[in-house]
Every structure is written in C-alpha cells, then in structure tokens.
Design a protein around this ligand. Structure first.
Ligand code: NOJ
Length: 555
C-alpha cells in the first residue's frame, strides 16, 4: 500500500482503459463509464494502483475521442458527468487513483472555437486560436510541406464564409483535429482552466496527449531544410520537441502542485505522451519543476534481445536518475501492436515499431508471442519506477490481425488508402466471459469491433483462479512487486551469468528479488538452492530457466 508522503506515482502501476473497449453497460456495443465503474473490482483483483482513462469527452469520435469538441463534458456515448463522478468516487473507495487524458495539441473541428474561426475572417481573434495561414502559390498550395501523422498533408484549405477558396489550417493528425496556436495566451488559459475543471472533480492526474507537439518553430518552416551549421537543430523537426513546451509544463506543474495536500500522499500527476528520442531529450520533460512522468517509448520499441534490453534498461534508468525522476515502463497501449503479437515476430536489433497488421500480412507465431510477452512483462514489473499496463495485456490478448477492412475505424486507415492498417487491432473490446455473447463485453452481444474467436479462451472468467494463467501471473507479479517494493528499489546487474541472459537483482528496503530472463535460445541452469518466487513458463522446466522465460528468485 502507498504510504503517506511517499509520492505514490514514483512506483505506481497504472492501468490504461480505452473506454470504448473495456465494458459496455447499455448494450450498444461501445464501452462506457458506468460499464467501467461496474468492472472496477477487476482492477483491485489484479492489484494495480491507478487507472488512466483515454478520452471520454464530447467528440465526433473521428479519432477515438482524441478529437475533443467539449473539454468539460462527457460524450453521451460514454455517459454523463454524473457517471464520471460516480466512477471516480467508486475508484477512490477501492483505493484506485484516476488519471484522465488531456488533449492540448488540437481540438476537434467540431469545437465551438474552430467553428467560430471558420465563420470569422482571416486575421480575426477567432482564427488566432489555431494555425491558419495563407497558402503558397497564390493560395493554391499548402503553406509548407508538413505531412500529417496519419498520412497525407498536414494542411486543409477552407472555404471562407463568402464561398471563396480560403486559408489553410494546420492539423498534425486528422483534418478533423486542427492544431491550436500555443503562442496565443487565450489557448494557454483555456487549457489550464480545463485542467482545473477536472482537478476540482477529483482526478489524480493527467496523461498529456502529444505533449511534445504544442509549440511549433517560428514561422513554420519546411522540414527539408538542408543541414547546415547555421540552422538551429530544432528547426529540423519544427513541429516536435521545441524548447517552448517546457515553459508550458512548468506552469502546469505549479497548477498541479497547488492541489497537493500537505502531509497526504495526494500528488496530482502529469505524464507526457512524447515520442521524443533520444532519452536525454525526453528526460527534460521530467525535470523537477516539470512533469512527473513521461512514457518510455524507447523501451516499448526495444526488441526481446538480451543486449538491446540491457542497454535500454541501463540507459533509461541513468537518464531518469540524471534529473531525479523515476523511470516509467510500458509495453503496450492503444496506439501500438500488442506486445503478445509484436514479440511473435522475429526479433532484430534496433528499435522496432510494427504497423497495424491485416489478414494478408505475415502472421505472428501466437504461442511464441505470448510466451515472450509473459517473460518481458516479468522483466518490466521488476524494474524500479512506475509501470503502465494496457487493458487486456493481463489476459495475454493478442492483436486482432484479421479485422475486415470495413470494420476499421482508425483514420490512419482511410488517410493512407488502406496502406497502413491502423491501430484498431489493439482496441478490440475485452472478453470478460468466454461463453457469453460478445464475451461479456456488454449485455447486447454487440461489440464495435469484431472480437477474434481466440478471445473466448482468454476471457477473464476462464483465467481467474486458474494457476499459470496470464491473469494469475500478472496478479502474482504485482503482489510480489508490491511486497518487495521493487518499484522503489535499486537495480544491480549480475554479471556472473552467460551473456545472452538478462540477470539483475532489485534491492529495496523490503528485500531483494533476482530476475533471470532468457531471451537467448539455450536453457539456463538455475543456481543451486534458488528459491523461485514466480516464473513465466507454463509450467516451466525444473532446475532451469527455459528459453523465452523469466524467473524471479527470492533474494
Ligand atoms: C496520441 C494518441 O495516443 C493517439 O491515439 C491519437 O491518435 C494522437 N495522439 C492524436 O491525438
């Protein structure tokens, strides 16, 4: 249990819920807040500290809610503000903190501000909240050469109120997600006010969407600048990781800190979703007066290879240490192929990010993927710092790789003409009951994305209390992690093991655990007298750590 004054977030395990896909209370095939509230006991059973909810705000849902039309309300699809309050109250009763998403880089094009901008002339204060510019070549072409993260140009031309072809606006994502202009104080004030709105409702923190994108390089230059000593390095990626973002986060930190209560372990936290490499640049976001955490995507993209894992862990810890922050660890989320599937492909040195998978693509080795996923998770949950879990990974869910194209909803799929399959495969609704329609996702038997048949055997009710199941493995690892306070521990590499094994000990005030992980191909004999606390193989061979297995030993 978290102790008073302990800065709970330093070693918290935080479980991500993608509200569309966790639990559906009204049978419309889309998850909702009352559904989440009903199922919260699953999280106490699992043994996590907090829940992070992806967006549930009013939204046309063109990017799964990361296109917000009203930052201060709940979309009717998910419920009401009263449902949110009930969820928060219940979570707190159960000892779970609640983190919500904030989307400050862009709003939905349905947001009243954007609608007002469209109805107002160029140069008006309404336009100045977004990044409207005149096009080049007499207005015909986009103002610069930036491309959207979802494919296609990052600019869309509007029709002015009088019907004439007009200015262009910037959207680093879908055209329905116009980027705000963060040089405008009105934008800063508004987003801080939104933070206050949710803090006042009792949330324990925020996950900040596209945290590295808010500030753009002055005058929005093309990205293909020739490398030349006179060019500021930040101008080479003029839309990402600009120094100005840090001042915004210092201000947000002051705001969050103003909600902390002296003598109580009640910090309200801020976690950056910032795809920033290399690690030392990312660590700038978690300096003492900025954010509490940032996701460690470098770790997520690290292959299951001993040398790569060891380097990623060592570097990550050093980078966080250098600024006095805890490191965070994550293997899956709603934007990437689930790790039980990623690891079912051949592993190659270097960072890896796998594109969405379709039925015509090479398919993973599912059994190998799950085996490695369990082993990789057992490495992650031993590491000092805080860990993020994505819904369903505790069941060993694989990516849905056979979704029919007609079912796909990720805007990436349409914007790339289907070349990129997109992220729907990791967002398929959770199976709760193996024998029920929609595997117990909701009462109506509907599910907004089709669930693969193999989800039946992975349903919560088929794994609960079943020794060796992935759900019970997660529970066991989480309980041991808590008991030995591994999240607050210190990692020491053990160099007396063969070089293709990851061997380390995590020592804390409450004891020590030795972790032997075997990404290599040959079995590793266990030390004589080793006392096994947990192992990821099912059942695992006596006296050895099998290939693609991780074992936790006492001491
Ligand atoms: C990152 C979110 O995780 C992703 O789902 C979303 O599409 C983009 N940001 C744009 O908001």
């Amino acid at each position: 249990m978290v102790r008073p004054g302990q800065q709970w977030w330093r070693d918290a395990v935080i479980y991500q819920i993608y509200p569309r896909s966790w639990a559906d209370s009204d049978g419309d095939g889309i998850g909702d807040l009352p559904g989440i509230t009903q199922r919260l006991p699953h999280l106490t059973y699992l043994g996590v500290d907090a829940v992070w909810l992806s967006p549930f705000y009013t939204s046309p849902q063109r990017d799964g809610g990361y296109d917000v039309a009203d930052y201060r309300d709940v979309d009717p699809l998910f419920g009401t503000l009263a449902d949110f309050d009930a969820l928060t109250a219940r979570a707190h009763e159960l000892g779970l903190r609640v983190i919500v998403d904030i989307v400050p880089n862009h709003s939905s094009s349905d947001h009243p501000w954007f609608q007002a901008a469209l109805a107002s002339p160029p140069g008006s204060p309404e336009r100045a909240r977004y990044l409207f510019r005149d096009g080049s070549d007499g207005g015909r072409l986009p103002p610069n050469n930036w491309t959207s993260m979802f494919g296609g140009p990052a600019w869309t031309r509007i029709t002015e109120a009088d019907g004439s072809p007009g200015q262009w606006y910037l959207h680093m994502f879908d055209r329905s997600q116009p980027d705000f202009d963060w040089t405008n104080p009105e934008v800063r004030d508004e987003l801080e006010d939104v933070l206050r709105f949710w803090l006042d409702r009792g949330v324990d923190g925020f996950r900040i969407d596209v945290a590295h994108g808010l500030v753009k390089y002055e005058n929005l230059p093309d990205t293909d600048l020739t490398l030349d000593a006179n060019v500021d390095a930040t101008a080479l990626a003029p839309m990402w990781d600009q120094p100005g973002v840090h001042e915004i986060y210092r201000s947000w930190r002051r705001l969050a800190d103003s909600y902390a209560i002296e003598g109580q372990d009640a910090d309200r936290i801020l976690c950056a979703e910032a795809w920033v490499l290399p690690g030392p640049a990312l660590a700038q976001y978690v300096r003492a007066d900025e954010l509490h955490q940032s996701f460690n995507f470098e770790y997520l993209m690290t292959p299951w290879l001993t040398a790569d894992q060891r380097a990623a862990i060592t570097d990550s810890l050093a980078q966080a240490d250098a600024v006095g922050a805890p490191q965070t660890w994550v293997l899956s989320n709603h934007d990437v192929v689930r790790h039980a599937t990623r690891l079912g492909y051949p592993q190659r040195p270097g960072l890896q990010r796998i594109e969405g998978i379709g039925a015509d693509d090479p398919q993973p080795d599912a059994a190998l993927g799950l085996r490695r996923a369990r082993a990789a998770t057992a490495v992650m949950l031993a590491l000092p710092g805080s860990a993020y879990l994505f819904q369903g990974e505790e069941l060993g869910l694989p990516e849905a790789t056979q979704l029919p194209d007609e079912a796909r909803q990720d805007p990436t799929f349409a914007r790339t003409d289907g070349k990129s399959k997109g992220r729907d495969g990791c967002r398929v609704p959770i199976p709760w009951e193996g024998d029920a329609p929609s595997y117990g996702f909701g009462p109506g038997g509907r599910s907004w994305l089709p669930q693969p048949p193999e989800y039946a055997d992975l349903a919560v009710d088929r794994q609960r209390d079943v020794p060796g199941s992935t759900l019970e493995l997660y529970r066991q690892l989480l309980a041991l992690r808590r008991k030995h306070r591994l999240g607050r521990g210190r990692l020491v590499w053990l160099d007396d093991q063969p070089h293709d094994v990851l061997a380390f000990r995590v020592e804390s005030d409450e004891g020590a655990v030795t972790v032997l992980a075997n990404p290599g191909g040959s079995p590793l004999p266990l030390p004589a007298g080793a006392q096994i606390l947990a192992r990821t193989g099912t059942p695992g061979t006596a006296g050895q750590v099998d290939p693609d297995e991780t074992v936790w030993l006492n001491g």
